[in-house]
Design a protein around this ligand. Structure first.
Ligand code: LLP
Length: 385
């Protein structure tokens, strides 16, 4: 990912910054097309993972739709060229303004998460004389076996409509005249590394699909969400997730009726491996027990290690000295502002550049201005001299 020529071009840029390798993204999208889109699946890119317009334009050009969780993301998706018919709107707390925006734009579908939300969308749609297409987000109670902060499909999680409420919701729907039920939606969690939870999801989705259709509703959309994980430990060896197995599993286990299409909302697996956070070593210091490399990016630029104890690989770009053990830490006054502990990497000196890998998803979008940190740039591989 970082041949000498690229490193030479990166050297002159103001750090820290996010760097996106568009060749990796193109190869990933080609695999999504080959194994997913070619099966007739509708794949919405989850903007929550990354909302850089340049990246969205490329993603759209391969035929993906958009999965948005705020009015801001809907606006951004439209700016990047997605049509309203490409856009699904999800989220457990949609505000009235966001619902009105989505209704006015006539987006494809609202993924609805509670009985009360259905009433609110119905009344806002009625107020402006329109109808909303909706999918019910159902909680499949499948354990995604991922970090507890990013598991979403269990009964204890705040997301989706629980099984006990489903009959009431279905009984009530016919009275909500400004809603049109077009589908069901699931999402079990994020960074799901095994395929088994998705197989369980298929069997729950099949049961619920039959149950609701047997009650006389016609569901054209079966949306199984996102969550497919990436390999953080070996981004070079696994730069493209195994979409053949992922989509192949759904092909084998989901049962669709003739009028139904399978939809996905993938974020991390599409953009994760394309992005790196490039940062410069400010200081090296040896404590009693440790060597520290203090870099100029912190948890303000990449919060995943501090928030989820995530481990991102670190490539040293400008040193080939013999290895030394470091804690690589940021400049923020929080002990959790640590990217890696006890990592063996080539000896570092002030001014060396390092790349924190697999940061394309939930990296740049989660940055903050804590400590009044400055805004940072996004750099794309095709812009380098
Ligand atoms: N659909 C729904 C309803 C979701 O909640 C999510 C992610 C996705 C799709 C996309 O999931 P993906 O394919 O990217 O796994 N900030 C955390 C991840 C939060 C994920 C939230 N929901 C992290 O950095 O790991």
């Amino acid at each position: 990912m970082f041949p000498d020529q690229i490193i030479d071009s990166l050297r002159g840029l103001k750090t820290p910054f996010y760097y996106y390798d568009l060749d990796v993204l193109r190869s990933t999208l080609t695999a999504v097309k080959e194994h997913g889109l070619s099966r007739g699946y509708h794949i919405h890119f989850a903007l929550k993972a990354n909302h850089q317009t340049r990246l969205l334009e490329l993603i759209r050009s391969y035929g993906l739709g958009a999965d948005c969780v705020s009015g801001g993301e809907i606006t951004r998706a439209l700016e990047a060229g997605f049509t309203p018919a490409d856009i699904a709107f999800a989220g457990v707390g949609k505000s009235d303004d966001e619902i009105l925006l989505a209704l006015e734009k006539d987006i494809f579908c609202f993924n609805c998460e509670s009985p009360q939300e259905l009433e609110v969308i119905n009344s806002l749609a009625s107020k402006i004389g329109t109808r909303a297409r909706i999918a019910l987000r159902l909680n499949p109670n499948v354990n995604a076996e991922t970090h507890h902060y990013i598991t979403t499909g269990l009964n204890e999680n705040k997301f989706g409509i629980n099984e006990e409420d489903l009959d009431d919701v279905l009984d009530k729907l016919p009275e909500l005249e400004n809603l049109e039920l077009i589908g069901i939606h699931f999402h079990i969690g994020s960074q799901v590394e095994k395929l088994e939870p998705f197989r369980e999801l298929c069997s729950r989705a099949n049961e619920l699909n039959n149950y609701i259709e047997d009650k006389g509703f016609k569901l054209s959309v079966i949306n199984v969400g996102g969550g497919f994980g990436i390999n953080y430990a070996d981004p070079n060896g696994h730069s493209i997730p195994d979409f053949e197995s992922f989509f192949g599993l759904f092909d084998e286990h989901i049962v669709l009726k003739d009028h139904q299409k399978l939809h996905f909302e993938l974020g991390r697996s599409i953009i994760g491996q394309s992005g790196s956070l490039i940062t410069k070593v400010l200081y090296t210091k040896s404590g009693r027990a440790k060597n520290f490399a203090v870099v100029d990016a912190g948890m303000t630029e990449l919060i995943r290690p501090a928030l989820y104890q995530a481990s991102h690989n670190i490539d040293v770009l400008t040193s080939e000295l013999p290895p030394k053990k470091y804690d690589v830490v940021g400049p923020i006054c929080e002990s959790s502002d640590t990217f890696r502990k006890d990592i063996e990497i080539p000896e570092l000196h002030r001014g060396d550049l390092v790349a924190i890998r697999s940061c394309g998803a939930y990296g740049e979008v989660m940055k903050s201005q804590y400590n009044l940190r400055p805004q940072i740039a996004s750099v794309y591989s095709d812009e380098l001299a």
